[in-house]
Design a protein around this ligand. Structure first.
Ligand SMILES: *[C@@H]1O[C@H](CO)[C@@H](O)[C@H](O)[C@H]1NC(C)=O
Ligand SMILES: *[C@@H]1O[C@H](CO)[C@@H](O)[C@H](O)[C@H]1NC(C)=O
Length: 351
């Protein structure tokens, strides 16, 4: 039985309306999707709101930095800062472990651990740091361009090595601007004794106390001593904040140079004098390193694995230093002349 003519007509009309409606939807939809104005406007707005969110998370990161720094500092606003990435944070017997072991075993150094802030350059380093317990950890906010993956070992003078050093300078400048003074130490510096009294820092008179690879015996001879940025104390004030700003800003015209070379270059051009930064070079008898070993068993506070190319070599030779220091403290502490084990792996690391 066929449908009445009226109903058939109604169906045809309905189909026509549906077709027109679909056509309209397709046309409007196509217009919306292809219209450059509408499309870009939306994306642009989204883009900016994403950027705004990122920015505010960076700002939140700075608040975190302030809290982290405050938590680690002594009441006088001084703390100890070090920086690590995944490679340095390696689980068993890496540089981080050696560094903390030196502090736990050293003379009057264990109490200092509460005042150390470890700044992690990447997530794995941060998580490792947190697992240690008893150490303050802060993770540097990730770079916005995502080009800053510094989690692997950054071989001496590789691009990553240099980038990491510049991030470090910026961070340290931020800490100064927050009003905190600090000792910066690389993780390949063993703390055998509390270095604070051995700095003999004269507050209000000195701004920067910095180690040297080869100390020429004259602490005031900034020009004549090559400065080493692996260990230094810096007091927070306008002069040092300006120094760190200038230092970091120099990175754009210092391609292929590491920050230490840039600082030495600035020093040669008289930047310290111009900025009024009163600096003193630390004696290697107290602040020793593989470039020039301290022979003073009674005074040596720190030992830096400088003049060494790879992390493996540093770990091997620094472990030997710790063993020797422990023997000395346990046993023949009477001998005033130190005999270090030869730094044979570091010597070989340059071959
Ligand atoms: C800050 O206080 C600590 C603990 O009393 C002390 O060892 C350190 O020398 C002081 N730092 C400065 C820069 O005066
Ligand atoms: C140095 O810091 C003081 C506050 O401590 C400030 O009043 C002064 O303007 C600063 N000077 C310079 C040159 O930035």
């Amino acid at each position: 039985m066929s449908a009445p003519a009226g109903l058939r007509q109604h169906c045809a009309l309905g189909r026509a309306i549906a077709v027109v409606a679909i056509c309209l939807l397709v046309i409007v939809g196509t217009y919306l999707l292809s219209s450059p104005a509408a499309g870009d406007g939306d994306t642009e707005e989204e883009f900016f709101s994403v950027r705004r969110r990122r920015r505010s998370s960076v700002d939140a990161g700075d608040d975190d930095l302030e809290a982290a720094v405050r938590g680690a500092a002594y009441a006088n606003g001084t703390l100890i800062v070090s920086v690590l990435n995944r490679a340095y944070a390696d689980e068993d017997g890496g540089l981080l472990d050696l560094f903390l072991r030196s502090m736990r075993e050293g003379e009057g150094t264990e109490q200092l651990i509460a005042h150390v802030l470890l700044v992690a350059m990447d997530r794995p380093a941060f998580l490792r740091c947190r697992r240690l317990g008893g150490v303050r950890c802060y993770q540097l906010p990730a770079a916005q361009d995502g080009a800053d993956d510094l989690s692997s070992e950054q071989l001496y003078m590789s691009d990553g090595f240099i980038r990491m050093m510049w991030r470090r300078i910026r961070l340290l400048g931020d800490v100064l601007k927050l009003g905190y003074s600090f000792i910066f130490t690389d993780l390949d510096v063993m703390w055998l004794r509390n270095p604070l009294p051995r700095l003999e820092y004269r507050a209000e008179e000195e701004d920067l106390l910095i180690s040297s690879d080869q100390f020429n015996g004259r602490p005031g001879d900034i020009a004549g001593n090559e400065l080493n940025t692996g260990f230094f104390f810096v007091a927070s004030n306008n002069r040092t904040a300006a120094l760190f700003d200038e230092w970091h800003a120099a990175r754009d015209r210092s391609a292929g140079m590491k920050e230490q070379d840039v600082l030495n270059d600035m020093k040669r051009r008289g930047a310290l004098r111009r900025l009024g930064v009163r600096a003193r070079v630390l004696d290697t008898a107290r602040f020793s390193g593989f470039c020039q070993d301290s022979r003073d068993a009674r005074e040596v506070a720190t030992v830096h694995a400088n003049c060494c190319r790879t992390m493996r070599a540093k770990v091997a030779d620094l472990a030997a230093v710790l063993a020797a220091a422990r023997r000395r403290l346990d046993g023949d502490g009477a001998s005033p002349v130190l005999r270090w084990p030869p730094h044979s792996q570091c010597v070989k690391s340059w071959e």
